[in-house]
Structure formats: C-alpha cells, structure tokens
Ligand binder design. Structure first.
Ligand code: NAD
Ligand code: ZN
Length: 452
C-alpha cells in the first residue's frame, strides 16, 4: 500500500486547530469562536467544526445564528446614469472600512458612473489578456474616460492562460506601471477571468506597497467567486496559488452581458463553484439549481443573474465573517484539495479550474459517504447535478494515488503536517473543515478514483 510523504500526517486522533483573531487563547486550540460581532460562543473542536449558511453551526443547537454581514439592494438614485440599462443589484461585502459593493446586472459597462465613482486618482492601469482585450478593452476604457477628461488610462495585455499565472508574467504588469510612472493614487482594473483578477489584485497589493484596484470579472468563475473576497496571487510550479496576498478591491462590477462571449466549457466550469455554495451552506440554493441547471446551461439571463447574486451573497457572508480564513472561509474550498492536485499533477491549463473542482467535489462527497457522514441520496444528487452541468466526475486516468498524496501534502490547508479537508456532514447544506477523520477513508477514496 502506498505511504504518505513524511510531511503529511493524517491521524484520526488529531485535533483541528484554528487560530482566530477574535479569541486568543494560550492553551492548545481546542475551542472555536463562533462569532457574531456582538457575541462569541465557544465549542470544542474535537470532532471538527460544522458549518452551514448560518455560519458556524453547533452540533446540538442550530439557534446560534451568526449575523449576516452582506446585503443586497437596488441602487435607488440612477439620475447620474444616462443610459437605458437597468439598475444593478448590489451585494455589499461588509469588512468595516474595507467594505465594498458588488454591482450585478446587464449593461453595467455602458453605465460609466458606476466605474468612475470608484476611481479616485487620475491614472488607471487596465490589466487584461489577449482574449478579453479585443472584446472589452475599448468599452472599459471608454467607460472610465467618457465625460472624465482628467483620467488617463494605460493597459497591459498579458498572454491568456493559467500557465501564465506566474512571476514572469506578473512582472509585465510592474514593468508597465513603472514605465508609465504610475503613483500611489493610481487604480488597477482587472478585466478578465479569475487568472487576470488574481494576478492584477496581487500586483495592486504589492505595487508601491498597495494601490487601489477594481475587479471587472468576465467569466462565471470570476463573477461568482474569484473577484469577491480579496484572495489574490499566482501559482508556483509546485502548487497553485502558493504566492499571494489578501487584498480587497474598491468594488466589483459584474456585467452579465460579458458572459455572451464566454465559451460553453468555461461557462460550465464556473457552475462548479455555484454548486459548491449550495452543498456547503445553502441547501435551498442547491435545490433551485437542480431545477434550473438547464436554464443556466442555456444562458437564460434571469437564471444567470440570480445564480450570480445568490453566489455572491454566500461568498460575501463568508468573507465578512472570516476574511483571513481562520476556519469558516476554508469551507469555500470544498473539492479544491483534490481538485488542485489534478490541476497541478495534470499540468496547469489542461483541465479548467471548475472541472478539477467538480471532480474534487465528487471525491470529497465520496469520502464523506465512506465516513458515514452523509447518506447516499446526497452522493447521487451531486453526481446528477454535475452531469447536468456537463462537468467531469472522475479524474484523468494519468492521476495516480501517489500523485494525489504528494501534491496534497503541500496544500495550504496542511497545518503542522496534518491535512485538513472540507467534507459534508449531516443534511444537505452542512459541512465540516477537519483533520479528524479516519485516514483509511481517504486512502480508499483515492484508490477508488485512480487506476494505480
Ligand atoms: N481568488 C479567489 O478567491 C479564486 C476563487 C476561484 C478561482 N480562482 C482562480 O481563478 C482562476 C480561474 O478563473 P477562470 O475560470 O475565470 O479562468 P480564466 O481567467 O483563465 O478565464 C477562462 C478563459 O476565458 C477567457 N475569457 C474570460 N472572459 C471571457 C469572456 N467574457 N468572453 C470570452 N472569453 C473570456 C479567458 O481569456 C480564458 O481563456 C484560477 O487561477 C483559480 O485559481 C481564484
Ligand atoms: Zn475555486
């Protein structure tokens, strides 16, 4: 039987330790803060921490609802916007003085006021790629400058692809910013999918030790997930997203019309993250998806807008409660530990992120079932919805048990040599983030999905 690398120790008896800025204890961390800004509850972690849409959910009581720090509302004052486009929905990410709005709607790039109100200096650098630039760079440049002659816009067009999410390509952003003599009052604008958003955000976090930035996500993946929450960064050849920073944008502008040009495969890839929100914390949303996946796949504008809004609300709530990933935010990584192993092992860019996450989700759900934590109806519902979304449900044949284990050993969720996983537990919409599981279940899961 294959053995785990030295750095990875999976002990059924080990405790999950989550350090929270809200609860400082000198003892070995066995308790978790269950925070609602007005109160802090503690619960022993010996069986892991359980979560659902209400935040942290105790094993015995579901009444300690965390306060929800995200809200959505229609913009009321549209007088400054001189177009016929409809008013956006706004989901607020509540992070104190770093709070920001997510604008969601059709035709938002034709409403210059939305972008312009978030540009404070006179210089803007748009970071995009050679696929998105021909489609939307002119439009965004116009939206930033129309009626605003004091603002000058530069752009840097990066090569397209996950394999360019690296230090060499990032340096092109700094080259352009320095050659253009941008100063601390400038604003970086990320125009593209998750790769561009993550890279531009990291560039903004580090250029002159931090400049403003705005996210204009143009894929489902970026609109429902990566543009929200301030995780920015690049890949290392040994692992995905290993170099980066938490850095929040000034705003996120989701113009749903940009999805009209998105290839089908990329559309489906984004749905893997939408499905994730339902599984980890929003059963009602999962049930809605089961009924509406055909409409989503057919790009029905109302269905897409609803799925994006509901996903952003879920992400905003989680980020507001746990910005720096002390515990709850890690649950957004359901399926990602297995998925990242596929992305890394199979070569960046071969499989789309959402495709790898879809398979990772199947593996996490399979393992949860092996542990006896969920019933088989959840397993079959997950397979059915992923198939409806035309997403893969098994890893590439070249992935071996050894490859999974060695790549998973450098996952960011390894703490003190212990691999913690997000697994489903209980009724639909509940999950745990824990290193306290029978390692045999992990071995069996890997063996059942790999030929060797
Ligand atoms: N920061 C986070 O919290 C977070 C969360 C999830 C994913 N991610 C990261 O996001 C990345 C994946 O994002 P992605 O799926 O958007 O991939 P991507 O950025 O590579 O975009 C997918 C493809 O679609 C093209 N494209 C983008 N918008 C388009 C449009 N409107 N029309 C036509 N083509 C368009 C892109 O050029 C690219 O070829 C990964 O690197 C992943 O690690 C980050
Ligand atoms: Zn993801």
């Amino acid at each position: 039987m294959a053995t785990l690398p030295n750095s990875l120790c999976l002990s059924p008896a080990s405790d999950l330790i989550v350090k929270s800025p809200l609860f400082k204890s000198s003892s070995v961390g066995c308790f978790f803060p269950i925070c609602s800004r007005s109160s802090v509850h503690l619960r022993c972690s010996s069986t892991g921490v359980e979560f659902n849409r209400n935040g942290f959910s105790g094993l015995s009581s579901r009444s300690s609802r965390g306060k929800i720090f995200a809200s959505s509302a229609q913009i009321m004052d549209q007088s400054a916007i001189k177009t016929d486009s409809s008013a956006p929905t706004i989901v607020e990410v509540d992070l104190g003085d770093r709070s920001y709005p997510i604008y969601i709607g059709s035709g938002l790039l034709d409403q210059p006021e939305i972008l312009q109100r978030h540009v404070h200096g006179k210089r803007v650098l748009i970071v995009t790629n050679d696929t998105v630039a021909p489609l939307y760079l002119d439009k965004v440049t116009e939206a930033l400058t129309i009626g605003n002659p004091n603002v000058s816009v530069e752009s840097v067009v990066l090569p397209d692809g996950e394999k360019y999410k690296d230090m060499d390509t990032l340096m092109k952003v700094f080259d352009k910013a320095i050659e253009s003599r941008l100063d601390r009052r400038c604003t970086f604008v990320a125009l593209g999918g998750g790769v561009i958003g993550d890279m531009c955000g990291y560039a903004a976090a580090s250029f002159l030790r931090g400049v403003n930035f705005i996210q204009i996500p143009t894929t489902v993946m970026a609109q429902v997930d990566s543009s929200v929450g301030g995780k920015t960064g690049i890949n290392h050849r040994l692992g995905k997203n290993l170099i980066g920073a938490f850095y929040q944008p000034q705003c996120v502008v989701v113009d749903t019309d940009t999805l009209n040009t998105l290839p089908d495969r990329e559309l489906a890839s984004g749905f893997a993250e939408v499905i994730k929100y339902g599984l980890i914390r929003d059963a009602e949303f999962f049930e809605w998806q089961e009924k509406n996946m055909p409409s989503l796949m057919a790009r029905d504008p109302a269905a897409l807008a609803y799925a994006i809004k509901r996903s952003c609300e879920n992400k905003a709530e989680v980020v507001s409660l746990d910005e720096k990933e002390s515990g709850l935010r890690a649950t957004l990584n359901l399926g990602h530990t297995f998925g990242h192993a596929i992305e890394t092992g199979f070569g960046y860019g071969q499989w789309l992120h959402g495709e790898a996450v879809a398979v990772g989700t199947v593996m996490a759900v399979n393992m949860s079932y092996r542990l006896g934590w969920i019933d088989d109806t959840i397993v079959s519902r997950v397979l059915a919805i992923l198939k409806q979304a035309k997403l893969p449900t098994a890893p590439p044949e070249s992935m071996t048990v050894e490859m999974f284990k060695s790549i998973m050993a450098v996952d960011k969720k390894v703490a003190d040599g212990l691999l913690r996983l997000i697994l489903l537990k209980g009724p639909l919409g509940n999950c745990v983030f824990t290193g306290d599981y029978d390692r045999k279940a992990l071995d069996e899961t890997l063996r059942s999905f790999c030929k060797s």
